[in-house]
Structures are given as C-alpha cells and as structure tokens.
Design a protein around this ligand. Sequence first.
Ligand code: AMP
Length: 425
Amino acid sequence: MKVLVIGSGGREHALVWKLRQSPRVEKIYCAPGNAGIGELAELAPINPDRLDDLAAFAEKEKIDLTVVGPELPLVLGIAELFEKKGLRVFAPGRAAARLEGSKAFAKEILQENNIPTAAFGAFSAAAAAKKYLAGLKPPYVIKADGLAAGKGVLICAVREEAESAVDDVLVRRLFGAAGEKVVIEEFLAGEEASFMMLTDGEHILPLASSQDHKRVFDGDEGPNTGGMGAYSPAPAVTPEIHRRIAEEILTPLLRGLKKRGIRYRGVLYVGLMLTADGPKVLEFNARFGDPECQPLMARLKSDLVPLIEATIDGRLDQVKAEWHDEPAVCVVLTAGGYPGEYEKGKEIHGLDALKDWRNGAVFHAGTVKKDGRWLTAGGRVLGVTARGKDIAAAVAEAYRAVEKIHWEGMHYRKDIAKRALVSGL
Ligand code: AMP
C-alpha cells in the first residue's frame, strides 16, 4: 500500500521509519517532512494546514492510508474532509480533537463525567479571571485555551505575576487566537506521567508507558519546551496506577464522549499528574506525543499498519500490540537558545558515523540538506533514540551516539531518564 504521513518532526520521522518496516507498505510519502525523513520517504512540499491540497495529493497519488502526526490538521477537520472523499485516514475527527484544541472544552468533559482533574475556571474577560485568582492560593496555573504549541501554560508564584499572565493571554494576546479564553487551574503537585492509547471509540488499546522531559535544562530547570527527551517504559505508571487510569479516567471519558455523540478514533494522549489522591488529568492530546513517539516506535515489535487499520475500522478488540522488552531512550538535540530565539543553518557533523547504528536511530526534527551537508532548520533538531537491555544501557547507548554529533551551539539535557534510573528498572 501507499502511505502518506503528514507532519515534519521527530514524531513523523519515527512513524515513517516504523511504517517502512511493514511488509504491507510499498511506498511512503511525507508532507512536508524534513531532510532526514527524505532519506526514507518521498517528500511533498505541502504544509499540514493545507487540507484541500493534501486531499488532492492523496487522490492523485492513490494513497491507501494517510497518517496524521500533528494536531493542527486534526482541529481543522482533516478526518471529515478525507472521509468525505473516500480516503482512509488515521486521525480523530474535529469534534474529538477539541479535547486538545480547547482546554476549556476538555475541562468541561472532565467535569461532566466526574473525572479527576484540577479545579478550574474558564474566562474570556480579564476582570472576571482576576476575581477568580483572588480566591486561590499560589502557585497559580494560567493557560491559553487554544493550541499554543505546548507553550500556552504559565505557572506563577505570586498574584501580580498571575494577573499579568491573564493580561498576556486575554489583553496582550501573546498567544493569538489561542487566547480568546483563559483557563485558570488549581496547582497539582506530584509526579507527571503520560498515557497513550489507540481507541476506536469503543475499545482501548493501551500503548507502552512513556515519559517526557519538558524543561530545557537538567534537573527540570528553565522554561518549558516541546520536549527535550523521553523514555519508555515509565516506571511511575505501576500496574495499580494503570488500573486506576483505565477505571477512573479512560472508561468514563469514552462513555462521556459517546453521550455527546463524539466517536474518538485515533491516538489519545492523556497527560497526568500522579498526586497523593491518585492520577489527575492535566491535558489531552489528540495525537502521539513528540518526543514520546520516538522511543515508542523503537519498542513496538508489532507491525503498525494492522493496529492503525483496526483503529479506523473499530476492531481494536481483535488486535494486540507487542513490545520489545528492552527500554528505549530518546535524547533531543536542540539549537542553542531554544525555546527562545535561536539560529538556523548550522552545519551538523557526525551523522555519517551513525548511519549503520544497530542499537538505535537518529530521528530528524528540524534539518535540511544542502549540497550534501546537513544543516539545522529548527529549535528541536534531532532525536537520538536508543534501545538497551535495561534503562541504564539504553541511556548509555543514546549518549554514546550523542557524543558523535555536534554543531555550533548544540544543546541537550544530560539527565534524560534519570528518574527511571533511580527507580532501578
Ligand atoms: P499542559 O499543556 O496543560 O499539560 O501543561 C503543560 C505543563 O504545565 C504540564 O506538563 C505541567 O508540567 C504543567 N501544569 C499544567 N497544569 C498544571 C497544574 N494544574 N498543576 C501543576 N502543573 C501543571
């Protein structure tokens, strides 16, 4: 079959890499992809928000299956458009993707179904938002309602800062249209974990557990980023917590969505805080997390195509996902300065030395190739992903590979998976 993957990050590179291993797949296209993906797939220069052009491309190239990586096309309604044209697509519909597209909507669904989450208020007027703040204790959690590329959450230690954050969202509009509403939440303390699953709206197929690292510096210091690394499995999600997540969160969520006439088909990512009172929902994503997708694809033993088909066709109860026992670790290499300002166009050295790397893969997130040279083209540049017999071996293998790569200003965290190491997996 011919497959089209939409997106251009490390997540999409990992998906393309995995799909290429399927005996069912003859050819892969990626729109728009990146230079690394271009080594495995034919690139089509169409951005993920140009839904009509993507559909026209899929029709012209007789694509049998389209796999959507990022959130924007989901929220814009790619599932509906492709289905109307009779094109098979692995993507939740627009209404389902609102779980990610609007934090206020997600909170409403959670509240409606008594699913544990932080207490909250949603406001479109700054005065009302500030009045609500006055009744809360610090720290304050302020969120832009809409899609803000993982950067729309502000955690403020003092009231004045929180009030200013409300103005940033609603008045100064630092997050553009994502800031038509602001969500203010109770601060939850605990360890973060994420839980990803495939669902066809009726059945759930949990994916292996994983954990990412959001802050830019070691020891979880500095601003939040799109993700500086990830590992799988995540020992924080014990079998008992897994059971509670399924019982207290996933089952009532699917029931609640169905009650609203929403059938969720695709990947659902639940961001959780493991609090003293049990797991509570922080957020939903309507797609694979990035970088978490990279260690997940490195560990997935089963062919991805039948799992995707079962999701689309509502047969998830009939398939199983098998995983390599070996843990996997992904270290993200970024441009110096990211997530603030950074430079592009730096020459990347050392990739050739990893061409035949047996225990891992280098997934590209922001690269271009010019005259045979690899250049940086984004904030997150590469995801170096390795497997090992245990988490310590996977970490060592990933960092051994990282040491072979360099460019001017390259930055990465040196403590990826440290918490898993401490827990002695
Ligand atoms: P979100 O995009 O909603 O997951 O928020 C991004 C990050 O902000 C999360 O991964 C947490 O680290 C932090 N965060 C969000 N909401 C809360 C909360 N209610 N309490 C504590 N931390 C939070």
